[in-house]
Design a protein around this ligand. Structure first.
Ligand code: NIG
Ligand code: FE
Length: 412
């Protein structure tokens, strides 16, 4: 048995005595904290926490003194594509010179560009590149992450990505959920035969993925440059036959009915939502689907941001994630996502932290074990450098304020 006690914590953030599954609307403004606190960790789990007045004096415990420092539950990043090959800074320069993200996609760049690169990359090399990214985000404080396929677009390459994700799951202590996103883009050779690609997903990719048990969820990029609502429904249905629940990319550029279709098919989350109308907000209010916002994507491609204030006012539980990918977000830095949420979407620091912890956990169905400081939950915590207040974290957006990260009770 190993016992670790973090003492003299300036503020222990997101503490729960009776764990909540999600935090919605007005309640997102409230973040339960304890000042001058301790936190004890036994093996991989949170054993106890409270005021320093009640701190146990165990002789056999390892002790960390967190004077002046804040302790948070690790970030729950519920939307990434971090298994990709190479980078796309050429398109970054094309956008500076005037092309839009959609124009680049229509010219066969974008996702297809990354797919070509990935198809030519060995599984070993892909694992090496992806491991570095995973280690990087763990150092930023991420303790649970969802990773999608979608840069393979052939049977073998989609399987290659999902096998790399499985390898990451086996190698690292961080909790990983795996999502099959074969419907990320129509490959060039299927441009005139969309049905052929949908059949490939349904009849060849999905059975192999299910056979090797390689995915937890199914995703579709529901958008004018990608898949229609009808195609999205067909793929959600096919995925569900193999036990994969949907998590759907929708409303990045257009309101097409992707939200209504996702909700109807029991989606765990709908992600992006840079455009969102009142009818769609009403639809989300009647569902358990978590609206997940990815503000680094509009930041990087110079687009507008999701209407977070309106969503919270409507009583919705908003989640925040990075979208780490080579095209629209070459960054897995959750603290920067929080700063963007505050600066660009006018979320308060408390709302942003709720969105990036407990609500992110809910968007990966991990709310019972992750996303807060609660007895018995997985001991995923981060200790900041000395900071004057909670708001200082999103405020000082250029500084690296995470001092130490503990995942499954082990210091990184
Ligand atoms: O979530 N929108 C679709 N997929 C990714 C980006 C894909 C790419 O440009 O490589 C996203 O933004
Ligand atoms: Fe994405």
């Amino acid at each position: 048995m190993s016992l670790l006690i973090i003492k003299n914590i300036e503020t222990l953030v997101q503490v729960e005595t009776s764990p909540r599954p999600v935090v919605a609307g007005e309640a997102m403004r409230h973040l339960p904290t304890i000042k001058n606190a301790f936190l004890s960790i036994e093996n991989e789990s949170i054993l106890d926490f409270g005021s320093m007045d009640d701190c146990p004096s165990e002789v056999n415990a390892e002790v960390i003194d967190a004077r002046g420092k804040f302790v948070f539950p690790c970030w729950c990043d519920s939307h990434t594509h971090l298994v990709f090959a190479g980078s796309r800074e050429g398109e970054f320069v094309d956008r500076i010179n005037g092309l839009s993200y959609q124009e680049i996609a229509e010219r066969g760049g974008g996702i297809l560009n990354s797919a070509k690169r990935l198809q030519q990359t060995s599984e070993e090399e892909l694992l090496e590149q992806s491991s570095k990214r995973l280690e990087e985000i763990m150092a930023f404080g991420t303790g649970a992450v969802e990773i999608k396929s979608g840069y393979g677009l052939t049977v073998e390459s989609e399987l290659k990505i999902l096998r790399v994700i499985r390898k990451l799951k086996e190698t690292y202590p961080i909790e990983i959920k795996s999502t099959f996103l074969g419907a990320h883009s129509i490959p060039a050779e299927y441009k005139q035969n969309r049905k052929g690609y949908l059949d490939l997903i349904t009849n060849e990719m999905l059975p192999r993925i299910a056979q090797e048990n390689l995915a937890d969820y199914i995703d579709v990029f529901c958008e004018k440059v990608a898949f229609s609502v009808e195609e999205t429904i067909a793929i959600m249905k096919a995925g569900k036959e193999y036990g994969l629940k949907p998590k759907i990319h929708t409303n990045q550029f257009n309101c097409m009915g992707g939200i209504q279709a996702s909700v109807e098919h029991g989606a765990i989350s709908v992600d992006h939502l840079e455009v969102l109308n009142d009818e769609e907000i009403e639809c989300l209010k009647k569902s358990d689907t978590i609206p997940t916002l990815l503000p680094s994507a509009p930041f990087f491609i110079n687009d507008h941001y999701p209407p977070a204030r309106k969503m919270i006012k409507a009583g919705l539980p908003v989640a925040l994630a990075t979208d780490y990918n080579p095209g629209s977000t070459p960054s897995g830095r959750m603290p920067f996502v929080l700063s963007l949420a505050c600066i660009k979407m006018r979320m308060t620091p408390e709302e942003a932290i709720n969105a990036a912890t407990i609500n992110g956990a809910k968007a990966m169905e991990l709310e019972k074990t992750h996303g807060s400081i609660a007895k018995g939950k997985v001991a995923n915590v981060m200790i900041t450098k000395p900071i004057p207040s909670l708001a200082y974290l999103p405020y000082a957006f250029g500084s690296d304020l995470i001092d130490q990260v503990i995942i499954r009770g082990k210091k990184l």
